[in-house]
Design a protein around this ligand. Structure first.
Ligand code: ATP
Length: 319
């Protein structure tokens, strides 16, 4: 292993830059050369890459987004595009690759490894939807962004006695809603993994109002859908005025939290270690605060489960 490549793929996530920095510096420390590949697998196919040095990754640890930019590439999923990517890696003399992204990006990494090109995946996605790792890079920052927004909404809602319905990201995974809801003291959390009962929600809002509560926050994960319908129904049944806020892409940006930077730094250097040891087709992650690595297919087959105890706790603490 003399030269490795690094790319970011799929949806971007705060902390990806810290991971790129870690991969680059850990590799240079070990005497390897590093190329930064632009725009994920699409840039790889196009040979859009250049050599990185220590200062290429200077002053980026605190920046959201990704200096390598990200993309989704349909071409890479065709046989022709995939072969082109393998040819480009050969032409540029790259011996191993680190892919920072979500499950789709990992499938690409797996295919490269199956074709004898050593590739390691780093989980970079705000959704925290990968079951094999406790946390993914970007999740903590996204949660903090939502918590901060909840704080702002509380101020204005208190003035008007409104209930706020806040839609956060998470198509299949309610982790952002759950963590942000718990940290932000939300009255109700609606996530795709758990059934919800509109009677209960309305009852809680009414008893809160009768107790003199001036505001309430209802977090809805994107996968549940229809935040406006939920708001209308609440307003109709409780007579409490509602407002909907869709957090959307605000959750994807912002300066990464210390937690995400630390995680990204640990995972980046681990992925370089694995390549040097001759490993391929593995992903890195964190479990019980230990950095782990696992074969890609095995990792992807671990079902992501919501923490039911934490969900119950949010109910207890918001009575
Ligand atoms: P996010 O969690 O943010 O959606 P992701 O990595 O899952 O990130 P995808 O769009 O699913 O995002 O995948 C990123 C890219 O990985 C795709 O555009 C494609 O180029 C490649 N990819 C996805 N699935 C496969 C596959 N089965 N085989 C080869 N490459 C794939």
């Amino acid at each position: 292993m003399k030269k490795i490549g690094v790319l970011t793929s799929g949806g971007d996530a705060p902390g990806m830059n810290a991971a790129i920095r870690s991969v680059t510096r850990a590799a240079i420390f070990k005497g390897l050369k590093v190329v930064g590949i632009q725009r994920g697998y699409q840039g790889l196919i196009e040979g859009d890459m250049e050599e990185m040095n220590l200062s290429s990754v200077g002053d980026i640890i605190h920046r959201g987004g990704t200096i390598l930019r990200s993309a989704r590439s349909k071409e890479f999923m065709t046989e022709k595009g995939f072969q082109k990517a393998l040819d480009v890696l050969k032409i540029f003399g790259v011996d191993g690759l680190v892919v920072i992204g979500g499950d789709g990006s990992f499938r690409g990494a797996k295919k490269l490894s199956e074709n004898d090109f050593p590739t390691i995946g780093i989980p970079g996605t705000i959704d925290n939807d990968l079951g094999y790792t406790d946390y993914t890079i970007g999740f903590d920052t996204a949660v903090n962004t939502v918590v901060s927004a909840i704080g702002n909404l509380r101020d204005t809602s208190s003035s008007h006695g409104r209930a706020n319905i806040v839609e956060v990201m998470g198509r299949h995974c309610g982790d952002i809603a759950l963590y942000a809801g718990l940290a932000g003291g939300a009255e109700n959390i609606i996530i795709p993994e758990m059934d919800f009962n509109m009677d209960e929600i309305c009852k809680k809002l009414i008893s809160g109002r009768n107790r003199g509560k001036l505001h309430s926050i209802i977090i809805v994960a994107e996968g549940v859908g229809k935040p406006y319908d939920i708001a209308d129904e609440i307003q109709e049944r409780t007579d409490i005025e509602t407002r909907v806020t869709i957090m959307g892409h605000l959750q994807r940006g912002g300066t990464p939290t210390a937690q995400d930077r630390v995680l990204a730094s640990r995972l980046g250097s681990k992925s370089v270690e694995l390549l040097i040891e001759g490993e391929k087709g593995r992903v890195v992650g964190i479990r019980e605060n230990r950095i782990i690595d696992q074969e890609i297919e095995e990792a992807l087959s671990v079902e992501k489960e919501i923490d039911k105890d934490m969900y119950e706790l949010t109910k207890i603490l918001s009575i």
